[in-house]
Design a protein around this ligand. Structure first.
Ligand SMILES: C[S@@+](CC[C@H](N)C(=O)[O-])C[C@H]1O[C@@H](n2cnc3c(N)ncnc32)[C@H](O)[C@@H]1O
Length: 509
């Protein structure tokens, strides 16, 4: 190796191959075609919308996730096509294709067709069919931090991203907005393209010398006082600017006030969490307290089971918690439970009033208790607003009095999906008891066997109330022996409540 070559090797960065070219793709008003309707498609749609893209979504309606239905009915989707993908869909003026379907053959076909048209494409979960990957992202106003593991460990990317975001100073997004404003002002007083490097150097220096707290205070007065320093290529300290301006006294006062406010904020003005029961899904069954909490919230973190009609009173950002995929969509995985808690914490730490919205009543099979102790341990105040539980409203909607003289003098409420998805222990049959089962759809067959083993009569009446108290409510009648059969035959879906006992037929004509 010659001396010159050796020098180059030392002076220039080594090439670490095998990475991806990390770019921020500006997709505002670009047309993105998304094929799929599940949880992954939800994530893709959200990312595309947040990047101001026009989204065309293709998926038969029966496969659509509630979040996507919500976005379609709220006109967030540019065009929704209610069917499977057809090659003709690529004839439109498309800029990018994203697929999130469970059919590898169809995915490959879409990939090949897109490649023929030289369209960039990402096939979810198949790195070899991706021109680009999605990254785990943190967003705060104009700030976007993305972490990629180049398809090796998306979960790890999430953990790393969370770690980074938790360690960022408060209000970085706000500071970036202010810096952007200063930059525009500098351009106004010196728009010459030859000054580009002078502008860049001065802006870089101020970002290095001023703290995030100082940058957050870059209001119009401070910017006005700063501009003459640009001409002199000098970076004054924030204190110098404060002292120099004719507003110095006022500014000082304001700054002091801000400091006091911030100190107070640090000690007492932390965000508050209210766990709110949304009732079974009919907005007129929301309590007055729930409406108040929802309309005053800064952030609502909601279960997916809560239907869109409930959100008419919400004026702030709403985030949805993803349910575990599978037949029982109403059961949240531990993973999504963690995501929810993290989402709420983020808001609380920014001093927001966070509403954690749950279907029915928060303390009845809603993991509400767990959430209260989690947030209390983290030092946040938690209030709980009860909701009308489906355990009582669904029977009523099916005209079943859960207690009825001579037929039932007690009610048992159980879940079909106990810890680790197991049925809980069912007590022996009692002919004066009504049994209400939540989350029973996926477990109907197993439950029927368990009840029969516990001496429940095989012809004891039972009724499924699907989407109780909602416009699409369905009542499906069965007996203890036919629970599984009726779920299959009538395609009963969640959310459904099952009521079993002699009281079921009490009010039948
Ligand atoms: C995770 S549990 C939550 C229960 C909720 N905390 C409550 O008090 O109603 C979800 C289950 O509630 C029941 N559920 C919720 N909303 C319902 C509705 N509108 N109609 C029938 N059942 C419903 C279903 O059994 C569903 O699987």
């Amino acid at each position: 190796m010659s001396t010159t070559e050796a020098k180059i090797t030392e002076e220039y960065p080594p090439v670490r191959t095998g990475g991806s070219l990390l770019l921020a793709w500006r997709t505002n008003s670009k047309h993105i075609l998304i094929v799929g309707g599940g949880e992954v498609a939800c994530g893709r749609v959200l990312k595309a919308l947040e990047a101001d893209a026009r989204v065309t979504l293709i998926c038969p309606e029966e496969g659509l996730h509630p979040e996507l239905k919500f976005r379609i009915s709220n006109d967030q989707i540019y065009k929704y096509i209610n069917r499977e993908f057809d090659p003709i869909d690529l004839e439109e003026d498309i800029d990018m294709v994203l697929t999130a379907i469970d059919d590898p053959i169809k995915s490959k076909e879409i990939y090949e067709l897109s490649k023929e048209k030289k369209l960039p494409i990402n096939v979810a979960d198949v790195p070899s069919l991706c021109d680009f990957y999605f990254m785990s992202e943190h967003r705060d106003g104009p700030l976007q931090i993305a972490v990629s593991t180049n398809g090796q460990g998306p979960k790890l990317a999430n953990i790393i991203r969370r770690h980074i975001s938790e360690n960022l100073p408060n209000g970085v997004g706000e500071a970036i907005n202010k810096v952007g404003h200063l930059r525009q002002n500098i351009r106004k007083i010196d728009s010459d393209y030859k000054s580009s490097s002078k502008r860049m150097q001065w802006m870089s220096k101020i970002c290095e010398d001023w703290s995030i707290e100082d940058l957050k205070r870059l209001d119009d007065n401070v910017i006005e006082a700063l501009l003459p320093y640009y001409e002199k290529r000098v970076i004054p300290s924030f204190n110098t600017i404060k002292q120099e301006t004719f507003l110095s006294d006022k500014l000082e006062e304001a700054t002091k006030e801000m400091n006091i406010e911030e100190d107070e904020h640090k000690e007492t003005k932390k965000g508050q969490l209210i766990l709110v029961g949304a009732g079974p899904g009919d907005p007129s069954l929301l309590t007055q307290k729930a409406i108040e909490a929802l309309s005053n919230a800064d952030l609502v973190v909601s279960d997916l089971l809560v239907p869109k009609e409930i959100f008419s009173v919400v004026k702030c950002e709403t985030r949805f918690a993803l349910a575990k995929s599978g037949s029982q969509k109403s059961v949240k995985s531990d993973e999504s439970q963690k995501e929810i808690q993290h989402c709420c914490l983020e808001g609380l730490e920014k001093g927001k009033n966070v509403v954690r919205l749950k279907i029915g009543d928060p303390f009845l099979f809603g993991r509400g208790g767990e959430e209260v102790s989690f947030f209390k341990k983290k030092g946040f105040e938690v209030n709980v607003v009860p909701g009308i539980s489906s355990a009582l409203s669904a029977p009523m909607s099916a005209n079943v009095p859960v207690t009825h003289r001579g037929l039932s003098d007690q009610v048992l409420i159980i879940t079909g999906q106990g810890t680790q998805g197991k049925l809980p222990q069912v007590p022996q049959y009692h002919d004066m008891r009504t049994t209400v089962v939540l989350m029973a759809v996926g477990k109907a067959k197993e439950l029927s066997k368990e009840l029969l083993n516990n001496n429940y009569p095989d012809d004891l009446p039972a009724v499924f109330v699907e989407n109780g108290n909602r416009p699409n409510e369905r009542i499906i009648r069965a007996t203890v022996a036919t629970l599984g059969e009726m779920v299959e035959k009538e395609c009963v879906v969640a959310p459904s409540t099952l009521i079993i006992g002699r009281a079921v037929n009490a009010l039948l004509e």
